[in-house]
Design a protein around this ligand. Sequence first.
Ligand SMILES: *Cc1c(COP(=O)(O)O)cnc(C)c1O
Length: 454
Amino acid sequence: MTKKKTNQLEQDDKKYIWHPFTQMKDYSEETPLIVEKAKGSYLIDTNGRRYIDGVSSLWVNIHGHRKKEIDQAIRKQIRQVSHSTLLGLSNIPAIRLAKKLVQIAPRGLNRVFYSDNGSTAVEVALKIAFQYWQQRSKPHRQKTRFICLKNAYHGDTLGAVSVGGIELFHDTYRLLLFKTYKIASPYCYRCSLKKKYPGCQLACLNQCEKVMEKNHHRIAAMVLEPEVQAAGGMLVSPPGYLKGVKRLCTKYSILLIADEVAVGFGRTGKMFACEHEGVTPDIMAVAKGITGGYLPLAATLTTEEIYQAFLGEYREFKTFFHGHTYTGNQLACAAALANLGIFEKEKTLKKLQLKISYLKNKLKSLTSLSRVGEIRQKGFMVGIELVKDKRTKEPYPLEDKIGIRVTSEARKRGVVIRPLGNVIVLMPPLSISYREMDKLIRVIYESIREVTED
Ligand SMILES: *Cc1c(COP(=O)(O)O)cnc(C)c1O
């Protein structure tokens, strides 16, 4: 694209777009990166510069950009129909995808409710959990509240924000939110109980149990991100945590909602993160990777038992009165089917295991940097927490914008990443090559060094 056209786009971008999660004052002072095309692990801007897509276009891309099978599946579907409603009608890709999701989901989840993004998938989960108890016998109708975790992120709509626990994102809206029971986050590097795994014997679960023991008659469900609290800073839960939560939920008749929006579809090395601990939640929300990073689509899966609680005569009004206009969109479902087909055809998860170990080894090179406090990894989710002082773990003040400064250094070196506060996030497409991983880690090393070493 000519320099002139690019300049015009840059001006119009700043003039017309309000970017998400972005301080537009800062943005307006920088040169925007305008993506024109992409291929495999690379994004290509209007100046023809190539960048490794180090966060999979915000955690969604799986098999790389312009993946032949997904491109074709969408084209093929366009020749049939692009969208018809799922309210009272059905369609072929939505049916096929629902069947496929049930086949690959943790055993026992066998009903699929579609929506179009992670936040709505969570809203659906919360409303289903709430309504489930309302439609049971009278004493159960007091079960209206939720347990959630500090540092949790479940999306930006108000229900999802209510069960969120990231002060920076969520505090502003406090007066708009419903009340929850918020318990400690399994953030071992900064354990709120000042204990160490495994000596702690998961003491954080005792706190969870105390809340349940006292309030279970008022609690509809507990919601969490299994294995990794992603937006909270890639906080990897200690082994046994998820299983422990499941055990407590069962003991106190509390539904377990697993938000697999970030961790689902291979991200952690297994198709779904719950598989790491053999847990079947009562409700599971998926989105991000479901279409391989092509189109917005989400789903909320439930057990048969929950589904059955919504059946009745129309006049009983047990219907789940909820739905989004583009629910079950054919193009998105066709993309998702192609995405899942590639997992099988290319044995994506099998090949991923070696890449995960390779990445783990490569990441070790970063430990020598004096401001790298902790490197957390679960599969292809990585968080590198930068600290002012390694020994005391003193964090950088947010206003230092340390993460932002590292990511802009990385951009100069041909890597696109996005930080979470002081945590540098790496989430490359599962299809990234070994050479591309080398480059990614080299650039991250150089960028952190440039910004943090005196
Ligand atoms: C991204 C995310 C969401 C929200 O998804 P959107 O598609 O952005 O609405 C919800 N839960 C988790 C765990 C996420 O990472």
